[in-house]
Design a protein around this ligand. Structure first.
Ligand code: AMP
Length: 216
């Protein structure tokens, strides 16, 4: 049995065409079903629905053989012990610094003020501001980061940005782009040895599908 860990939403939706290209059809829709283990048209392949931030943990500990997760999650989690053979070029976005429209970020940075930064991505934010020599107080949040500058909880946020619509709707502006993000295939190292042929076949099929999508 090959077990693939996925999270609901963008990553699941963007992974379906890649699975299809590998000849795998998922038989349930996680948005409609309450099942957390989804069967596929292949009796030897199943899909686990887990929280995005839990995908590396499942794969690292062998709860799943493979997983698909954002580079953001992998950096925050550490991703040690995971084989990362492929950038799938899906769920693309960027991780950026954003502030309120009326906040003078340049000036705050130039003056060496201590910035209060709210984020789910504490490790990425810490490293980014340390490299710039900007002192920050990091405030860990788990969601709705956009609220932090609006309520006075923080001066800035570090969050994922795709179209920028969420920032605009909340009167925030992107002031720095930290890095581009896309989703990666991650593989449990022991599983790769024990189930080499089917896992290799899946990696190769994904690689071919990614290459074909890039050409399209
Ligand atoms: P947007 O309004 O298109 O810029 O999207 C921003 C919102 O969607 C933020 O709340 C982000 O946390 C979330 N988001 C954007 N891209 C992704 C992604 N690839 N994976 C997960 N969440 C995302």
């Amino acid at each position: 049995m090959i077990t693939l860990a996925l999270s609901k939403g963008r990553i699941f939706d963007d992974t379906l065409p890649l699975l299809r290209a590998a000849g795998i059809e998922v038989l349930d829709d996680p948005e409609k079903s309450r099942k957390l283990i989804l069967d596929t048209n292949q009796p030897g392949v199943r899909v686990l629905i887990v929280r995005a931030s839990d995908v590396p943990t499942y794969v690292e500990n062998g709860g799943a053989d493979l997983g698909i997760t954002g580079k953001d999650t992998l950096i925050e989690h550490g991703g040690q012990g995971l084989y990362q053979p492929l950038d799938l070029q899906i769920a693309k976005c960027r991780i950026s610094v954003a502030v309120r429209n009326d906040f003078d970020y340049e000036r705050a940075v130039k003056q060496g003020s201590r910035l209060r930064v709210a984020t789910k991505y504490v490790a990425i934010a810490r490293e980014f501001f340390a490299a710039k020599g900007v002192h920050v107080d990091l405030i860990k949040l788990y969601g709705s980061m956009e609220l932090a500058p609006l309520t006075g909880l923080a001066d800035a946020i570090v969050d994922l940005v795709s179209t920028g619509n969420t920032l605009r709707a909340n009167h925030l502006v992107e002031v720095e782009r930290i890095m581009d993000i896309s989703s990666r295939l991650v593989v449990n190292q022991a599983a790769l040895k024990l189930k080499q042929a089917p896992i290799r076949a899946m990696i190769d099929a994904f690689a071919a599908a990614v290459a074909a999508q890039a050409k399209a």
